[in-house]
Ligand binder design. Structure first.
Ligand code: AMP
Length: 557
């Protein structure tokens, strides 16, 4: 694993894509078959193949316990090392003690031998499983001869190399290593669900014979948000179709013979929580891989996501729960039908294949769509939007009819149009001078939520730079200067009285702010002069939105 560690360090040290690919290609080309399989998987961040149903189920605690046995260190040293890097692999690498004296029987870590040990970890079951995993983990760490090897062994165990490498780059490197077309390597990887197998097929010039591996999840294609507005320049090129944006759980359905699998966006199994969807899929003729959304439905109308939550928390739901929250899988794309792998076919063709392959029955539906006329005015888009909302859906997804299915990518082929559903009302607690054009105004606001309805303790949750008009910013600058309470490095704390409504993409746990949460892409939607600071949102509301978001992504994990 020393060569693996060296190549990873070299990849991390350069931002140039071409250099990364060149270094990786040279390394992959030098490997024997089993090492090639394992190293390709590790590089793409997967300790096991994507098609493998098993999980490593190894947490930081197990790794730490094992590491303590091997390199005896105390918690203070670990704390310091972790704070320096924020990465468990780097932290443990820094604590790497003297390597054991090599003996004739000492294990040596190669990509293939590490893969075999990971396989042992993934196969552990039954009583004392945690202890057995820890033991194998200890064997892995003991086999490390130099600290960089240990760093990467730990990173592989945690499933994240953090060296600026995406699977796409690894596939390009495989193509470069064996002189194949990047497109055919990518396609084969999608079909096979295992970068390792694809690397060997590329080496042996067998890419075209790779078969669709049903029951191995494929990355989901994602949509980019567009702003609800008075014009839609994004739609100027190409022809588009419009679907409702369902407020449910994204899922990929695989049916091959009598085998049915339903995967969530995190590739976890969603089938056991939704048996009626699985049986509706099983009743279909033919084999396919479909993309769609699981929605809660009552009397033909979509129910908001929160209705799905009780279903998510239950595997094998009771009859009662099933009739209380009826669900359906609404299919909107076909990735494979029979032996045809469709991801590089245009959407128009995939939709036609979908309609031909699927017989809507029971809990299985075909997503209705409409063609958007070329140069359709914004009023037409809004009309479709309102109609979708009346059906209980969140908004629209607009898709270019000539688009391929691009797994794992948020591109401009699919656009989502919605109005923010959950925003937070927060109070501004500190302000800073802006930059450039805004250097003379206080345009950067730190805002907070209340600890609870009873307590008026304010807990910061984020900082936003944009969203208000120049006039609003100028007026507020005067107000903030008059209501300064304490000076800071770049700005100052202000009386908490200005309430702003904040939209955001995601809530994350974070030590950065007092609330313990941070918002991704926070933006000020509007000022709320109508709302007193005593009535802003609370930490509890933040936790609620966070839990809802996790449930939506995690599906029966
Ligand atoms: P958002 O959750 O707002 O980031 O929106 C992206 C999600 O919209 C996707 O991951 C899907 O789960 C969901 N979605 C709902 N309806 C559709 C649709 N018709 N086509 C594609 N994605 C959809």
């Amino acid at each position: 694993m020393i060569d693996f560690a060296n190549v990873c360090d070299a990849v991390a040290a350069t931002a140039a894509k071409s250099t990364k690919i060149e270094r990786l290609a040279g390394y992959l080309n030098s490997l024997e078959r089993d090492d090639l399989v394992a190293a390709s998987r590790f590089l793409s961040g997967a300790p096991l193949a994507r098609k493998d149903d098993r999980r490593l189920a190894i947490g930081g605690r197990t790794i730490l316990n094992a590491a303590r046995h091997v390199w005896a260190f105390d918690d203070a040293a670990l704390g310091r090392a972790y704070r320096d890097s924020g990465d468990l692999g780097e932290a443990l690498g820094a604590l790497f003690g003297e390597p054991p004296v090599p003996s004739l029987f000492a294990e040596r870590l190669t990509a293939a031998s590490l893969a075999a040990l990971l396989d042992e970890i993934a196969s552990v079951a039954g009583r004392a499983a945690a202890k057995k995993r820890e033991f194998v983990c200890e064997r892995i760490l003991r086999a490390c001869r130099v600290n960089r090897e240990a760093v990467y062994a730990v990173k592989i165990l945690t499933g994240d190399l953090r060296i600026g490498l995406r699977e796409g780059l690894v596939l390009d490197a495989i193509a470069a290593a064996f002189g194949r077309e990047p497109q055919s390597v990518r396609r084969a990887a999608m079909a096979a669900g295992d970068v390792g197998a694809v690397a060997v097929a590329a080496r042996d010039d067998r890419l075209s014979s790779i078969e669709i591996r049903y029951a191995a999840p494929i990355g989901f294609m994602l949509a980019s948000p567009i702003a609800f507005g008075s014009s839609y320049r994004e739609l100027a090129a190409g022809t588009w179709l419009v679907e409702d944006k369902y407020d449910g759980i994204r899922a990929q359905a695989h049916k091959c013979g009598d085998r049915v699998r339903l995967f969530s966006r995190t590739f976890s199994d969603a089938g056991r929580a939704f048996p009626e969807i699985v049986s509706a899929l099983a009743a279909q003729r033919g084999d396919f891989i479909l993309d769609g959304e699981i929605v809660a439905r009552r009397e033909g109308r979509a129910l908001p996501f929160r209705y799905l939550q009780p279903r998510l928390q239950r595997v094998d739901p009771s009859e009662e729960l099933r009739s209380e929250v009826p669900v359906a899988f609404v299919a909107f794309d076909a990735l494979a039908v029979g032996s045809s792998f469709l991801i590089d076919r245009p959407l128009g063709e995939r939709r036609a294949q979908l309609a031909a392959a699927l017989e809507p029955l029971g809990a299985l539906e075909l997503a209705p769509w409409q063609a958007l006329e070329p140069d359709a005015p914004p009023e037409r888009v809004h009309e479709l939007f309102e109609a979708a909302r009346l059906r209980g859906n969140e908004g629209l997804v607009l898709k270019r009819t000539d688009a391929p299915y691009v797994p794992g990518r948020r591109g401009k082929w699919w656009l989502k149009l919605k109005r923010e559903l959950s925003t937070l009302d927060c109070v501004v607690v500190a302000v800073e001078w802006g930059h450039g054009k805004r250097a003379k105004v206080l345009s950067d606001y730190t805002f907070a939520v209340r600890r609870s309805a009873e307590s008026d303790e304010l807990l910061t949750i984020g900082k936003a730079y944009t969203g208000l008009t120049d006039v609003e910013i100028a007026t507020l600058t005067r107000w903030f200067e008059a209501h300064k309470i304490a000076a800071g490095r770049h700005g100052f704390a202000v009386e908490p009285a200005i309430v702003v409504e904040i939209a955001f993409d995601v809530i994350q746990k974070s030590d950065l702010h007092l609330s313990g949460f941070a918002l991704r892409f926070p933006r000020i939607v509007r000022l709320r002069p109508d709302k007193p600071a005593g009535e802003i949102d609370t930490l509890e509301r933040v936790e609620e939105i966070y839990a809802e978001m996790l449930a939506r992504e995690g599906v029966a994990r």
